[in-house]
Design a binder for this molecule. Sequence first.
Ligand SMILES: [Zn+2]
Length: 305
Amino acid sequence: MPVTEQFSNFPCDVCGSDDAAEIDVARGYTNNQPLHVCKACGFVYVRSRRSAERIAQAWSKEIYQHAYTAHVPAVKARQTFVADFLDSATGLKGKSLCDIGGGEGQFLGIARDQYGANVFCIEPSPVNGKALAAQGIDHFVGTIEDYAAANRPRKFDVVTIMWTLENCQSCRAMLVAAYHIVKEGGLICVATGSRILVPFKKPLNYYLSDNAADTHAFRFSANSLRNLLAAVGFSFHGVNRYIDNDILCMVAKKNPQASQEDLHRDDWREIADFFRRWDKETRDHYWNGEAVDTRVVPEAGQKAR
Ligand SMILES: [Zn+2]
């Protein structure tokens, strides 16, 4: 690990405003790292971030090394949920589908084998590239930014970004790159578990962690995700019933006019109050302030692969 880390301060990724308030209760869970909410549009984000390369390295070297695998039932369940939701929203049979950050290709296997999609994967890890090749999944090893900048990248009917947008350095840059590989009138689907302004699904000490804050820099509500998608040229198409589901899964259609659409702002005071209530609920009933190991581990009976 480098001796000194280089951080830069970012404005709001959705609306560009610099005016933000700190979510005061967050530091109690994040090893004193601040989390902010944009006062203009209500987007929740980590202002201070390292380079994209350094964040990617932190994920592969510091977080994923704790035996993370996509082959646990909970991950397979959420991938199946998204494939089924997408199929009901647009019909996947015969459609070209690209998953950005597709990992070992488990989701693409489901989309291909159960729903008849023609699948493609963009994945930075060469190790995962080998796993994709073994399953016969056509793929590109590199980032979405690399692929979008490549000579004549393919364009797809549907592009998916699953549990990835909240973990990159610039959610906006990732969506801008994705925009270039969606066909005119095609769809993007973003799925995230970082949903807010809904009933609490877990104690706050499991939601926030003392990992480096910039490895999970964005926390979406349905409104802020919709606003971000519109800002880069995608019009809202559909969303799952996220109110009682761990997953927020939004589908949007490529539309160059979308950036003219009105923002559906969240009130930043309501966001701050939401986190305060969550903190109180957590401390009153679930957590005495002791450190908790919240690392991702294989579930009982599942072997890491
Ligand atoms: Zn904003």
